[in-house]
Design a protein around this ligand. Structure first.
Ligand code: GEK
Length: 242
């Protein structure tokens, strides 16, 4: 059974910066589902895109894979020969659980789960790269280089799926999206205390960009074909095709 996220349910004397440790990894499936609007839709669509954009003898990357939800979605949908999925996370706790999770399902498609920093990863021969809510955790100064590295490692016709929480520069609509997201969390059983303590924990660790910054970064890296395919409140997913 899925373990419930109660990490911020009690008042904490000191709120430490959020980390992807054992405690978070244990409740992550519940946490992401109750916190990210559209998460299921996004993961399912990643599967559909894998079916559509697969190419023979290619690599499929899941960058910041956590428990491997996107990897599983791709793996279920790839049937071309010579496919290999590379799932990468720099949290030991996540990588261990991801491996266990993947072993629970049968598949012909080989998956390599790597404990590594995605900023140091060599990306090659990629028909598809997924970076689902992970870029936002990198220092802002490292984001351009990662997207450029992804572009270089992709095959022509390959697809990048980039999902992020986004900032809106105009204050009133920014506040509106935040309020709607908090309503969503409340409707999923998070209390005011949980919402505000989690917000403090993420303040210095998760620094979203605006949608325009994301789009510019993709363009500067070489992606001329790109579109937002999903947005709910301040959560957004883009596709870019090489
Ligand atoms: C999903 N994609 O379920 N290198 C590798 N991994 C990193 C790095 C880094 N530099 N920085 C953070 N991570 C998943 C959800 S969660 C999103 C992704 C969230 C990892 C981190 O350890 C964590 O597992 C993941 O990126 C972000 O579709 O919690 O909002």
């Amino acid at each position: 059974m899925m373990q419930k996220d109660v990490i911020y349910a009690e008042p904490l004397a000191h709120i430490e910066d959020f980390r992807f440790d054992e405690q978070v990894a244990d409740v992550f499936a519940d946490m992401i589902q109750r916190s990210v609007p559209g998460y299921q839709t996004i993961v399912q669509t990643i599967g559909k895109l894998a079916a559509r954009y697969q190419q023979a003898d290619s690599h499929y990357y899941d960058l910041g894979c956590s428990l491997g939800a996107a990897t599983l979605a791709m793996r279920r949908n790839i049937n071309s020969s010579g496919a290999r999925i590379i799932a990468v996370d720099n949290s030991q706790a996540m990588v261990e659980r991801c491996e266990r999770h993947l072993q629970a399902f049968r598949s012909e498609v080989p998956v390599e789960v790597k404990l590594a920093d995605i900023r140091q990863l060599e990306i090659s021969n990629a028909a598809m790269v997924v970076i689902n809510f992970t870029l936002q955790f990198l220092p802002k100064t490292d984001r351009d280089a990662l997207i450029a590295n992804i572009y270089r490692g992709m095959k022509p016709g390959g697809i990048l799926v980039l999902s992020e929480k986004i900032l809106t520069s105009e204050p009133e609509t920014h506040d509106l999206l935040i309020t709607l997201h908090h309503d969503f969390k409340r409707a999923n059983g998070y209390s005011e205390l949980e919402i505000s303590q989690k917000r403090s924990a993420l303040e210095k660790v998760m620094l979203p960009d605006t949608l325009q910054e994301q789009q510019q970064r993709l363009q500067q890296s070489g992606f001329v074909k790109q579109t937002v395919w999903f947005q709910c409140f301040n959560f957004c997913s883009l596709v870019a095709i090489k």
